[in-house]
Design a binder for this molecule. Structure first.
Ligand SMILES: Cc1ncc(COP(=O)(O)O)c(C=O)c1O
Length: 361
């Protein structure tokens, strides 16, 4: 693979990270870009200033949606070290999404090194307050200027960085979730397990309707029977029953979350009964009525853990925790964030230390 080239911006003054970062509104100065064609494969890797793209109006991605993305985070540890949380797992999922969309895969080690280079270059953008991070957004899209339906023969890969605060405006407060009954997000053997832009476009109308009714997010049911719970907005979901913490099994329509497998690992380590299985919404209602549903929480890179305070299904409200996050949700949030910010030993080996990896290459 070629060496990364650099075309860097001259910094004239100190970087000032805005106080109120929000999510995905602020971007760092540089991005990583790389091109693909059939002769050269992935080539011309370059770190350069963030700038607008110039694309032909027939660019295939605009018309037929052949694109994928990822979302992972870098943190500043309490010792001031930039670290990335489980980048290998995100890159693996990126390549799984690529295969499903006929997009050429990327050498995982090369992409990891490119992300590490970019974070190292932009490390002054790393906010240091707990809850804040740099959100890393790699994406690929088909660039042939062609209106026929076929896989593109050329692609562009970009990695951009966005310093972020807490995902939900409410902070770590319980969220209100509407169980979606009118639309479906994805079906088995479709694209649900890929990080594919169309899945997010498919979710917008339901999300807008949920927001209008005062809910934070939507809980999707399976696309065939609308019987089994799948995932929430941009999170996987866990139900804490009396004797079991269950999450929907990966059926092909659910995104296999990196936070999801981290939570399963921690729960197993804590000796708790964590299961992956089909969970019907009727089971949740029946067990709630018996007092057996203790808490519900979502897991995802953006919010890490998000406690559910209210779940609405067909005009029925299930409530949890009287406006306070669930006990297990808090414990998991504290455990994962303690690892991410280097407050606790990374016994699972989930962190990539940016400067250490750079030195070893
Ligand atoms: C649809 C969907 N489900 C689940 C997740 C959680 O995945 P992860 O924990 O890897 O962020 C995300 C976020 O990436 C998502 O977009």
């Amino acid at each position: 693979m070629e060496k990364i080239n650099y075309k860097l911006k001259k910094r004239t003054n100190e970087i000032e990270i805005p106080q109120n970062l929000g999510f995905g509104k602020v971007f760092t100065d540089h991005m990583f870009v790389m091109d693909y064609n059939e002769n050269k494969g992935w080539h011309n890797p370059l770190i350069k200033p963030v700038e607008n793209l110039s694309l032909h109006p027939a660019t295939m991605f605009f018309h037929y949606g052949q694109g994928i993305f990822e979302g992972l985070k870098a943190f500043k540890t309490i010792d001031g070290e930039p670290v990335i949380f489980r980048p290998e797992d995100h890159i693996k999922r990126f390549n799984n999404s690529a295969r499903r969309l006929c997009i050429p895969e990327v050498d995982p080690d090369f992409l990891l090194n490119a992300i590490v280079e970019l974070i190292s270059l932009e490390k002054d953008w790393l906010p240091s307050k707990k809850g804040e991070a740099i959100y890393i957004r790699p994406f690929i899209f088909g660039t042939d200027p062609f209106l026929g339906v076929k896989p593109s023969s050329t692609y562009k890969l970009i990695v951009m960085l966005s310093p972020v605060g807490a995902y939900y405006a409410e902070g770590f407060k319980p969220v209100k979730i509407l169980v979606q009954n009118d639309f479906v997000r994805a079906v088995r053997k479709g694209m649900g397990e890929c990080k594919y832009p169309g899945n997010y476009a498919a979710s917008l109308l339901a999300q807008e309707e949920a927001h209008e009714k005062g809910f934070t997010q939507v809980l999707w049911l399976d696309g065939i029977e609308q019987k089994y719970i799948e995932e929430v907005g941009t999170m996987n979901i866990f139900i804490r029953f009396k004797d079991e913490i269950a999450t929907p099994e990966l059926s092909g329509s659910i995104l296999p979350g990196v936070t999801r497998i981290s939570v399963l690992k921690i729960l197993n380590e804590w000796g708790m009964n964590a299961t992956e299985r089909l969970i019907s919404i009727d089971e949740v209602l029946a067990e709630y009525d018996k007092g057996n549903v203790l808490e519900i929480f979502g897991t995802g890179t953006a919010a890490i853990i998000s406690s559910v305070g209210l779940l609405n299904y067909k005009d029925r409200d299930l409530t949890f925790g009287k406006d306070e996050p669930g006990e297990l949700a808090i414990k998991l949030f504290n455990e994962i964030t303690a690892i991410q910010y280097g407050e606790k030993e990374d016994s699972y080996g989930w962190l990539t230390y940016v400067e250490k990896l750079k030195e070893s290459v």
